[in-house]
Design a protein around this ligand. Structure first.
Ligand SMILES: [Fe+2]
Length: 221
C-alpha cells in the first residue's frame, strides 16, 4: 500500500509533463492535469473527516481546481509544463488553481483509515531534534494553523539541508515557491472542516493527527 501511495503522489505532482508526452494530448483541455486518486474510501476518515466533507472537498473543490487550470493554461507558456513548474513560475488565477491542485494532491495522500501512529525514521529524528518532541511539534503546528488569518495552509517543510520549518501560507501558497520541500500540509480553508466542525478550526486540526499516514509522510522527508 505504501508503494502505491508514494507512486500516486509522485505521479500526480511530478509527472504531468511525462504523461502528456505519452498520451499526446497537449491540446485536450480535460486531459493534462488530473487530481491524485483517492487512496481510501470516502468514508474511511470518519469521524475525523466525514464522508460528506471528503465527497465535497475531493469531488467538487479539488475537481474544480483541475478543471479551471486545464482551461486556463490553453495557449499559454504553461500549456505543456508540469504541475510543479506551473506552481513555481505562475501567478494570478493560474497559480491559484495550480497551487491548489498541488496542495490537495499532497493533502489527500497524507491520510489513511485509522492513521499510523507517529513519524518514523529520519523525519522522527529531525522533529525530535528541532522541536523537542512530537507532541511539542504538534502544538506548534496546530498553533500556526489556528492563527493563520483567512484561508490557507499550514505546512511542515524542509530545506536542502534537511532543516524543518513550519510555514503558514495564505490561499494556495506552498513551500515550493520558497525553494522548500513540503512534507505535510493541513488545509485550513473552511471548506475542509466547516461541515464537521463549523467554526472550530482548532478542534479540527487536533483531530487530523489521528488519520495521518506516517509511512507516506515520513517518506517525503
Ligand atoms: Fe481544500
Amino acid at each position: 500500500m505504501t508503494g502505491i501511495l508514494i507512486l500516486s503522489v509522485i505521479s500526480c505532482n511530478y509527472s504531468n509533463a511525462k504523461e502528456d508526452k505519452n498520451n499526446n494530448s497537449k491540446n485536450s483541455v480535460n486531459m493534462k492535469f488530473e487530481k491524485v486518486a483517492l487512496p481510501y474510501a470516502t468514508d474511511a476518515l470518519e469521524p475525523v473527516i466525514s464522508k460528506q466533507t471528503v465527497e465535497l472537498h475531493y469531488g467538487k473543490h479539488h475537481q474544480a481546481y483541475v478543471d479551471n487550470l486545464n482551461k486556463l493554461v490553453v495557449d499559454t507558456k504553461f500549456a505543456n509544463a508540469d504541475l510543479e513548474t506551473v506552481v513555481k513560475e505562475s501567478d494570478g488565477a493560474i497559480f491559484n488553481n495550480a497551487g491548489q491542485i498541488y496542495n490537495h494532491n499532497l493533502y489527500f495522500t497524507s491520510f489513511k483509515k485509522g492513521g499510523s501512529g507517529e513519524p518514523q525514521g529520519a523525519l522522527a529524528d529531525a522533529i525530535n531534534a528541532q522541536y523537542g518532541s512530537f507532541d511539542k511539534f504538534k502544538e506548534e503546528f496546530n498553533a500556526a494553523g489556528t492563527s493563520l488569518f483567512g484561508s490557507g495552509w499550514v505546512w511542515l517543510a524542509k530545506d536542502a539541508s534537511g532543516k524543518l520549518s513550519i510555514e503558514k501560507e495564505s490561499n494556495a501558497g506552498n513551500p515550493i515557491t520558497k525553494g522548500l520541500t513540503p512534507i505535510l500540509g493541513f488545509d485550513v480553508w473552511e471548506h475542509s472542516y466547516y461541515l464537521d466542525y463549523q467554526n472550530r478550526r482548532a478542534d479540527h486540526l487536533k483531530e487530523l493527527w489521528k488519520i495521518i499516514d506516517w509511512d507516506v509522510v515520513s517518506a517525503r522527508y
